[in-house]
Design a protein. Structure first.
Length: 190
């Protein structure tokens, strides 16, 4: 759905074309591909303490630096790859988050083998998107019992930088939760 009228969109995306495209074409649309979900979760973990637009602007750099977010590749990385990534201006250079991504890839492989990464994540919402009805941004929570449970489970599995606020933002981005405002023309597309 193309619209040049930004007055009814969720206001968090502002007018930056990259942010508007992300809102219109990606945010809140149910994602079930496990590798795509892994990428979204890792990008959300890098966002901790930063704005999402910063991550969006570096997303292609992240994809290149992390070899398409292939968990099997990332899971065997060590200090040489960490050092390489710390020198890469195309990403957010944070040792803890980089090392957390490696541990996250290892956790992903364990979860994928045991039950599937996508079914694991979607189990926290009963397999279907939670459809909220926010009238304004202040109606959207920063975290929920589901994001708290997901955060705890991900940490238990070995993920880092996945607190309940980060996991809620991930759930929104991946469409596990639909928090488009009731006035947003993209609410039904999600």
């Amino acid at each position: 759905m193309e619209s040049t009228d930004n007055s009814h969109r969720c206001p968090w995306c502002g007018t930056d074309p990259l942010y508007v495209d992300y809102h219109d074409d990606e945010w809140g649309r149910p994602e079930r591909d496990p590798k795509r979900l892994f990428e979204l979760l890792i990008l959300e973990s890098f966002q901790a303490g930063l704005s999402w637009i910063t991550i969006l602007r570096k997303r292609e750099g992240f994809r290149s630096a992390f070899q398409g977010f292939d968990p099997a590749t990332i899971a065997i990385w060590g200090e040489p790859e960490v050092t390489r990534l710390l020198a890469d201006p195309g990403i957010v250079r944070h040792r803890g988050k980089i090392e957390g991504t490696i541990r996250g890839a290892q956790a992903y492989l364990r979860i994928e083998a045991a039950q599937g990464f996508s079914p694991f994540l979607w189990s926290f919402v009963g397999g279907q998107p939670i459809l909220n009805h926010p009238a304004k941004l202040t109606d959207v929570p920063a975290q929920t019992p589901q994001s708290q449970a997901l955060s705890k489970a991900l940490k238990t599995e070995g993920f880092n930088f996945v607190g309940p606020t980060i996991t809620y933002a991930f759930m929104q981005a991946a469409g596990l939760v639909n928090d488009h405002l009731v006035t947003c023309p993209y609410r039904e597309a999600a």
